[in-house]
Every structure is written in C-alpha cells, then in structure tokens.
Design a protein around this ligand. Structure first.
Ligand code: PEP
Length: 266
C-alpha cells in the first residue's frame, strides 16, 4: 500500500456537548479570525445540533467547513429527538461523525447502528467521519487489531469502493480520548497502517491509498507535529483542544508545518 499519495489532511473539531448559542458563535468567530488561507488542509468544526445554523452563518465566506456529531438513519418521521441527514444538510452541514466512542460506550450504540447511520448519511449527500478504536483493556490484552477489524467490518458492511469518496476514518483509541494520554506517534502509525492495509484488502488498493485516516485522542498543539508527521496519519479529530481557539489553530498550523507549507504566524 502506497503511503505517499496526495491525501489532503483533515483537521476536525468535535465540540461535543459544549457551547451555548452565544459561546458557539464566539468560538466560530475566533477560529475564523485565526484560520485564513488554509487550502492545503481541510478544517471542519462540529458544533452541537442547536448551534449548527448560527455557526454556518458565522463561518460564511471562511475556509472552515461545518460538520455535525451524529445523524439518525431514517429520513423523517416519528423518531423523537433524532436528526436526519436532510435536516443537517439544510443547515449547511457537509460532514457528520458516526460511531464516536462516546456514543458507542455511553449511549450503547452498536456497529450495526453506526453502519445504518453511515449509509443514511452517504445516501443523504453527507460525508462521514467513521470513528473506530480500542479500549485500554482491549489494547492491554492484545485485542487492538481484532477490535479494529470488527468495528470496520461491521460499520462498513455493504459499502462500495465508490462510497469511499465520502468516507474519512478516524482512529480514536478510547483510552486516549479526553484523558491526556495520547497514543505515541509509533502506536498511532501502527494502527493507521493496519487500517489502511485493511481497506486495501477488504475494498481496493485505491481505497487504501486515497482514504483519509485521522488520529483522535488528546491531540494538542504541543503533540500535533509528531503525530501528524506519521506517514499514515492524515489529520486529526480533536475534542478538548477544539474548544480553545489558539490550540485548535495551533493544530492546524502543525499540520501545515508537516506538509512543508509556510508556517503562518497566528
Ligand atoms: C474526540 O472526542 O474525538 C477526541 C479526540 O477528544 P479529545 O481530543 O478531547 O481526546
């Protein structure tokens, strides 16, 4: 599998259940001011549902894209509390996270549910960020690759090669999320290479070569260069640090540095 193709890295900010309306607008303004002229990296922010429309309006004319944190698999109807792909698109969302570990582990979401959400998102014209990753116990017992294989297999069941034009994978070791315990650059690279090879053997070499695989788990501006510098790491999905404008901008800048582009002053 070729590690050296021109994949455009993607830095995503997952705001999780943070920001009131005003806080979200303020954060979007702060990011927009710090992140201009970033055509070599894609930057996506994923606010809570309640703030999507306002953030979309705030980001108009900027290089930042709008994402969402979840989507339901039905198109419309009696599904109290759920949000459809059409609804997300109507407020400017282009990309949606599916399978985040907090949804898998706190809300009990299965890979089968993640699969249905991913399918519905693609059919509804959205791109997905599919999050996968092992727990600390699973890593400690040598189960990392087994878990990744199973999550990928179940979550991508029925997907075609063509679908991968709209699929980003995020490797997010659960033990590294929100804990300050980052995977070492080497641990990240090994897992990313496993995922890329898996895409090559289960789908196609072209899919493996072209699919963006983000790392997620306590990424900060301080550790970003080393992680993003790994050959199979194509960006990051950022939780905590995405709420701090200087930190998030610093991570985007780290990605630009890794690409060899000009290091912009913040
Ligand atoms: C995430 O939730 O996707 C994440 C990586 O969180 P954090 O950066 O806070 O670990």
């Amino acid at each position: 599998v070729n590690h050296q193709t021109a994949r455009k890295p993607v830095i995503g900010g997952n705001w999780k259940m943070n920001t009131t309306l005003q806080e979200a607008v303020d954060l979007a303004v702060a990011l927009k001011l710090r992140l201009t002229d970033i055509q070599d990296v894609e930057v996506i922010v994923c606010p809570p549902f309640t703030n999507l429309h306002a953030v979309d309006q705030t980001l108009a004319g900027s290089d930042l894209e709008l994402g969402a944190q979840d989507v339901f698999w039905e198109k419309k109807g009696a599904y109290t509390g759920e949000i459809s792909a059409d609804m997300l698109r109507s407020v400017g969302v282009k990309t949606v996270i599916v399978g985040h570990s907090e949804r898998r582990h706190i809300l009990g979401e299965s890979s089968e549910a993640v699969n249905k959400k991913g399918r519905a998102a693609l059919d509804g014209g959205l791109r997905i960020i599919l999050a996968v990753g092992e727990t600390g116990d699973e890593r400690a017992t040598g189960m990392t690759e087994t878990v990744l294989d199973q999550q990928l297999r179940e979550s991508l069941n029925g997907f075609t090669e063509e679908d991968f034009a709209s699929v980003i994978v995020a490797y997010e070791p659960v033990w590294a999320i929100g804990t300050g315990l980052t995977a070492t650059p080497d641990q990240a690279q090994v897992a990313h290479e496993f995922i890329r090879n898996w895409l090559g053997s289960e789908f196609a070499l072209e899919v493996a070569a072209s699919t963006v695989i983000q790392y997620g788990g306590s990424v900060t501006s301080a550790n970003a260069v080393e992680l993003l510098g790994q050959p199979d790491v194509d960006g990051a999905l950022v939780g905590g640090a995405s709420l701090k404008p200087d930190e998030f901008a610093g991570i985007v800048q780290a990605q630009q540095l890794v690409l060899g582009g000009p290091a912009r002053a913040l």
